[in-house]
Design a protein around this ligand. Structure first.
Ligand code: ATP
Ligand code: MG
Length: 627
């Protein structure tokens, strides 16, 4: 079937289309109805059906592939590498679920998971799914403050953690951060389960803290029956990255998510049972939830969990793993590729990548130089795909399992099945034609797998996402884009990043692209700040490639913008910095940059790294104001 016919059917006949996709997973009791959209924008998929994510990811494979590898846990930080077959994974998940049960965790209870990339984190997530508990994974490395606000929002009975993570050869203590977060939080979890990796010393709280190894030993042979849950039962809460605003607790269902992921593996990622997927993200992000844990396992594939940087022991480590575990589907982020790009290219050609079918990249815009470089280096299709924590799986992608359409540089492709994507004028709500800039929106119902609501706040779900485009109930992505005549979308940046300079609307991303065409620019971020005269002004932060050659760099960057976009887009200042505040998935935390540039307190900055980087930038701004 052509892409066009496939997509059209998914929109015009959702019952037929998704009813078929639903056969990719196991239903303990079939659903009564594919879609209930009687109460827009709340979509209920597969109502009446009973299923379980853990059963589909693990138990279901015990019959056909019990001894096949399900999970590979590699740490180049602790030099450990361990594999688990589906049978072994089943046993570990049962032990974890038994620990939960023994501590009173029941269906619907929340379990917060604050862990590094170790196998136990995978067990912890799957064990929640097994008993119908709702997990909320918080990225390890978030500071106490961010963690505390998530504890207060999710109200977990239990927190699963490890005493430390590790990065770049150094232990990163988690336990003290967690203790501080629990002190800061109003809500107090009853229990904390700690995986002691032996990396750092830590203190425990009697009556609250449990040692995982001890508890596991008590439940070595326990079997915990699967809790069959309604398709609409929440499987997890995951907070957005918070790069533009206060993090929102995205709530996801069970049945719709399982179906969407299985369908995405077939039509977009083209992974098959028995193959291996390697997703280099972190379980703290949505990409990790979907493509490290659930999608590969649901599809009977082995998955690799990797703790470490792409550069240790050397820049060939990822490709060595691709070779060793015969990875067929790899998923990473442009930021990681940019890191590799600075290394000797021979690291990429040393290993056998013959099983690798494609490299998928998402999370932030994929610029042409990065895409061309990695394509040239590994000689595999590079598949940019665009999505959000809210959607759970790609909204835009070339769907290679349906039709291998040509890729266009700078475009994540065309709408995925089930997504009725529109480009709208944010003022008039009118649908725009080819090559006109507008807000990327999705006509409801959102397809299976997308967020059900904001955790505990249906009103916020509706007002935040569905009521921003005047006169229309339509989901806004808050991204700004353009669609060409062939239906390919291009992402121009966040709607917040559209600045209005003396009446002209400009995307900060356009200005960034212009500046990055300067040969001495390695990275750039542009934000709009308040300007008394012009309303708003663009301010740029640049990292030079050659830091010894920057005397006239500010003026040169301005000139580059003048010639490519026009003087109207010229940033008011170009600050030369050494690092930018970023989430680990590579997103620049613009609201923090903007705050610092406006002389405000950046507030709830998520990671410890960011705090240091922002302090440096603040000094640079202050010094340049004095000069
Ligand atoms: P918050 O919503 O709290 O501000 P966030 O939007 O950064 O946080 P995520 O859900 O992790 O949190 O990020 C989704 C966003 O990442 C998208 O809305 C888009 O702006 C950007 N993005 C993701 N993939 C791509 C891509 N392939 N190309 C361009 N941008 C992308
Ligand atoms: Mg967002």
């Amino acid at each position: 079937m052509s892409y066009k016919a496939h997509h059209e059917r998914s929109i015009k006949d959702p019952d037929g289309f998704w009813g078929e996709q639903a056969q990719l997973i196991h239903w303990e009791k079939p659903f009564d109805k594919v879609l209930n959209y009687n109460n827009p924008p709340f979509a209920k998929w597969f109502e009446g059906g009973l299923t379980n994510l853990c059963y589909n990811a693990v138990d279901r494979h015990l019959k056909d592939r019990p001894d096949q590898i399900a999970l590979v846990a590699v740490s180049t930080e602790t030099n450990q590498e361990k594999t688990y077959t589906f049978k072994e994974l089943y046993e570990e998940v049962n032990r974890m679920a038994a620990i939960y049960k023994a501590n009173g965790i029941q269906k619907g209870d929340r379990v917060l998971i604050y862990m590094p990339m170790i196998a136990e984190a995978c067990f912890a997530m799957l064990a929640c799914a097994r008993i119908g508990a709702i997990h909320s994974v918080v990225f390890g490395g978030f500071a106490s403050h961010s963690l505390a606000s998530r504890i207060d929002d999710a109200k977990p009975k239990l927190i699963v953690t490890a005493e430390a993570g590790a990065r770049g050869g150094k232990a990163v203590p988690y336990k003290p951060l967690l203790d501080e977060a629990i002190t800061l939080a109003e809500y107090k979890p009853a229990k904390v389960l700690i995986v002691n990796r032996g990396l750092t010393e830590f203190t425990t709280v009697a009556g609250r803290d449990l040692d995982y190894a001890t508890e596991r030993q008590k439940h070595l042979n326990d079997v915990v029956p699967v809790e069959w849950v309604d398709a609409t039962h929440p499987s997890y809460i995951l907070y957005t990255s918070g790069t533009t605003g206060k993090p929102k607790g995205v709530q996801r269902d069970t049945g719709g998510y399982a179906v969407a992921l299985a369908a995405s593996m077939k039509h977009i990622f083209t992974g098959n049972p028995g193959e291996t997927m390697f997703c280099t993200s972190d379980i703290g992000w949505v990409v990790g939830h979907s493509y490290i844990i659930y999608a590969p396992l649901l599809s009977g594939m082995a998955t690799i969990m990797y703790e470490g940087t792409p550069l240790r022991p050397d820049a060939g480590i990822w490709w060595e793993l691709v070779d060793k575990y015969k990875v067929s589907v790899m998923f990473s982020a442009p930021t990681a590729v940019r890191v590799l790009k600075k290394q000797d290219p021979s690291f990429l050609t040393k290993h056998d990548l013959s099983k690798l079918r494609a490299l998928f990249l998402a999370g932030e815009p994929l610029d042409e130089p990065t895409a061309s470089w990695i394509h040239g280096a590994i000689n595999k299709p590079i598949v940019d795909n665009y999505w959000q924590t809210e959607t759970g799986w790609p909204m835009l992608a070339i769907q290679r399992g349906v039709e291998v359409m040509p890729h266009k540089f700078g475009s994540p492709g065309v709408p995925s099945f089930g997504y009725n994507m529109k480009l709208l004028d944010d003022a008039t709500s009118e649908e725009l034609g080819p090559d006109q800039k507008g807000v990327i929106a999705i006509e409801g119902p959102l397809p299976p797998g997308c967020m059900q609501t904001v955790w505990g706040d249906d009103k916020r779900f509706v007002s935040t996402y569905w009521e921003t485009i005047p006169g229309k109930l339509i989901y806004s992505t808050f991204d700004w884009g353009i669609k060409d005549k062939d239906g390919y979308f291009f992402i121009l940046g966040r709607t917040d990043d559209v600045i209005n300079v003396a009446g002209h609307r400009l995307g900060t991303r356009e200005i960034e692209e212009s500046i990055s065409s300067h040969p001495n620019i390695s990275e750039v971020a542009v934000v709009g700040i308040e300007d008394k005269l012009k309303g708003q002004a663009a301010i740029a932060f640049v990292i030079p490639k050659d830091a010894s050659n920057i005397a006239t760099l500010e003026a040169e960057c301005m000139k580059t913008v003048d010639t490519t976009l026009g003087a109207i887009a010229r940033p008011g200042r170009v600050y030369i910095v050494t690092a930018l505040p970023k989430t680990r998935s590579g997103k620049i935390v613009r609201r923090a940059l903007q705050a610092v540039a406006e002389g405000r307190d950046p507030g709830d900055i998520s990671t410890m790294d960011d705090q240091t980087v922002l302090a440096q930038i603040k000094t640079i701004i202050e010094q340049s104001a004095k000069a």
